[in-house]
Ligand binder design. Sequence first.
Ligand code: SF4
Length: 200
Amino acid sequence: MTITYELGNSLYVNITNRCSNACAFCLRSKHDNVNGEDDLWLEREPTIDEIKADFEKRNLGKYDAVVFCGFGEPTERFDDMIKIAKWLKENHDVQIRVNTNGQANLINGRDVTPELRGAIDIVSISLNAPTAEAYQKICHSRYGEGAFAALQEFAKKAKPYVKDVVFSVVDKTMPDSDIELCRQIAESVGVTFRVREYIE
Ligand code: SF4
């Protein structure tokens, strides 16, 4: 079972395969890994102790960041993610990012953003589309078209509690005109905008 895996200069953490979306471009639909090596399908979700033990096998000093990502939406295990992130912060000088679909408040049924404080440094939210209708067509959220407004609200609420909130889109998955509209949405929400490279 792969719990942590390396990608670039970061160490990624794979804590769940659950997700409130079923994106058309999701790597899970075509691959069992993202780095050519580690099978990210979990036969079961690792416990907090198993995740900590996996980190202890790593030299965290050599990574630029620890990233909650993997094959699934980390905020499906929001409480566990925060516990692990706080434990990491207590024991290591490491930057922590979560790559998320921004639906944490819907998934958890409450505003979880204050709980990010002191645990998560960067929240990177996949925007994926410039309108609610287009988002739902691509991402198939179990919350329907409301997910698009909810992820923007989540981003706004998260800002006071973390160093940076990012909206990201993947290039080659939408026309340049839509990327520009996404950039404008990021500006209106007041968050950083990033175009990520498409991974074949
Ligand atoms: S939000 Fe991420 S993990 Fe979930 S289906 Fe989309 S790409 Fe896959």
